[in-house]
Design a protein around this ligand. Structure first.
Ligand SMILES: C[S@@+](CC[C@H](N)C(=O)[O-])C[C@H]1O[C@@H](n2cnc3c(N)ncnc32)[C@H](O)[C@@H]1O
Length: 503
């Protein structure tokens, strides 16, 4: 495990701090306030992001950067955001429509031109931009970024797209398809994702065979609705009341959470100073569950481990909750860069004198390097991210079924290591932001069988702000949250307890 600079290192080589120590499928009324004839900057930004995403960029990060560079704010930035996200997210619906209007498969259209057409299709079918403005502004964009010849083609295709309503186009492109294929096209999710979601809804006991199709539809729609911004008030550093005074409203799910209806979270003082942060309520709930007082008896000063900590959102909450109980967290992350992000997210925590150890290393080694050490371990493992599709418009197209097996192998190794580094009688919280059964309950069941760990009922640990049990957590003992039922990402959480004496 390498030192990542600053502070001092303890006997185990770990760094201590220097100081002690909702579905609308994207329709909206937003429009740019300023439509210049030659090259509308909001559309140009949207197009550039789609191009950068094709080259591997993340839409959310790239968009923020390009909006800043273009000096776009307010309604124009809102328009560019909705256009970018919608065109990327909904291409599973728009591509078959574009194919019909272009008279050729999308694979035979130049990628930069196809991106322009998707932006045009989203304005015509997914936003309330008047058809003439959507077409003429997108043709102006095409002239600028694709060239005059391509602009003629874009014009012809978009004219045809504009001849029908979204409903008419959906009816046409799903005609004659199987029910799951219809959902896949209309709600723009790859078929393998639709199948995985349906299997998880059934297997987790969230849906029955009677209502699974209704639930699946609601889930896919929720994936296409931009989420509200959830905030966490880091215990001891900020309060929910402070966030409410800054314009948020108190979360009904998480006792440390608040929800922002609009506006920029970075404008909130507590967020700027890292005393609060943007964090999904599902992530808050599972961190609160693992930090439940009294969950593990034993030493007065416990050591807790966050095995896969980067970028540090859960670490910061866990460390502040641990401090309330006199426990210390060690945050481990394999990537140097992401270890830096962990340190950043812990800035206010460290400044407040809360001790957190931070290290860079492969979590798979910790079971051997530090056996039987920690009372509580969070294994928030790398996963397909299928539970957070509403946040990352490109993720559904970037992931493929072939990603699952190597991830499951890594997840298994990390969970085995997490159990090995846990003290007898201690617990591991295993979590993913994916509901895929191979990454969640199936993996956990096989590790439980292999190790003799016991799976505890995690559901009683998930309580809402009023202290009442949160509903629809599945048939247990593990927990599956859902965007369409809880308004959170589809986070999975299992609580494994290591036997007091190993066989
Ligand atoms: C789902 S993210 C964790 C998110 C984090 N808990 C948070 O709330 O901010 C998974 C993290 O695991 C890290 N990771 C991947 N392989 C790892 C390994 N072998 N050991 C430790 N961390 C690993 C990734 O770099 C990534 O930062």
């Amino acid at each position: 495990m390498s030192d990542d600079g600053g502070g001092y290192r303890d006997a185990k080589g770990r760094q201590r701090p220097a100081a002690r120590r909702r579905s609308n499928d994207g329709r909206s009324a937003q429009r740019p306030t300023d439509r210049r004839r030659s090259g509308d900057p909001a559309r140009r930004v949207a197009w550039q992001v789609t191009r950068n995403v094709a080259d591997g960029a993340y839409a959310n990060l790239d968009l923020q950067k390009l909006l800043r560079e273009a000096g776009l704010h307010g309604r124009d930035a809102g328009f560019a955001t909705e256009l970018t996200y919608g065109a990327i997210r909904m291409r599973g619906l728009y591509d078959p429509i574009i194919e019909r209007c272009a008279g050729r498969p999308v694979a035979q259209i130049d990628a930069p031109v196809l991106d322009t057409l998707r932006l045009g299709a989203h304005q015509l079918l997914g936003m309330r931009v008047p058809a003439h403005a959507a077409a003429s502004e997108t043709v102006a964009l095409a002239r600028e970024v694709n060239g005059a010849g391509a602009a003629g083609f874009v014009n012809a295709v978009l004219r045809r797209v504009s001849e029908r309503t979204r409903e008419e186009w959906v009816a046409e492109v799903i005609a004659g398809r199987e029910p799951l294929e219809r959902l896949s096209i209309e709600h723009s999710h790859p078929m393998w994702v639709v199948r995985a979601m349906r299997a998880a809804l059934l297997e987790r006991g969230t849906a029955t065979s009677d209502d699974v199709d209704e639930q699946l539809l609601a889930l896919l729609q929720a994936d296409n609705a931009p989420p509200l911004v959830s905030l966490v008030a880091r215990p001891g550093l900020a309060t929910v009341e402070e966030l409410v005074a800054a314009g948020a409203h108190a979360s009904q799910l998480s006792r440390v959470g608040a929800v922002l209806d609009g506006g920029d979270p970075a404008q909130i003082d507590a967020v700027r100073r890292m005393r609060a942060a943007v964090q999904d309520e599902g992530s808050q709930l599972l961190t609160l569950a693992l930090a439940e007082p009294g969950l593990v008896e034993g030493r007065e000063h416990q050591e807790w481990l966050d095995l896969c900590a980067g970028p540090g959102g859960k670490t910061a909450l866990l460390a502040n909750l641990a401090a309330e109980q006199g426990a210390v967290v060690f945050a481990n992350e394999v990537s140097e860069h992401r270890t830096t992000l962990v340190r950043k997210s812990l800035r206010a925590t460290l400044e407040a004198g809360i001790e957190v150890m931070i290290g860079t290393g492969d979590g798979r080694d910790l079971g051997v390097e530090e056996p039987d050490t920690y009372e509580r371990v969070l294994a928030d493992v790398p996963c397909t991210g299928l539970g957070a599709l509403r946040r990352r418009p490109e993720a559904r197209w970037r992931r493929t079924p072939s990603d699952v097996t190597p991830l499951v192998t890594l997840q298994r190794q990390l969970l085995l290591s997490a159990l090995a580094t846990t003290r007898p009688g201690g617990v591991v919280g295993y979590s993913t932001c994916s509901p895929h059964l191979a990454e969640t309950s199936q993996l956990v069941a096989s590790v439980v069988e292999q190790t003799g760990a016991t799976l505890q009922d995690a559901r009683p640990l998930f309580r809402d702000t009023a202290g009442a049990p949160i509903e629809h957590l599945g048939n247990g003992p593990d927990v599956q949250l859902w965007p369409h039922l809880h308004g959170t990402d589809a986070m999975y959480f299992a609580l494994l307890r290591k036997p007091e004496t190993q066989d």
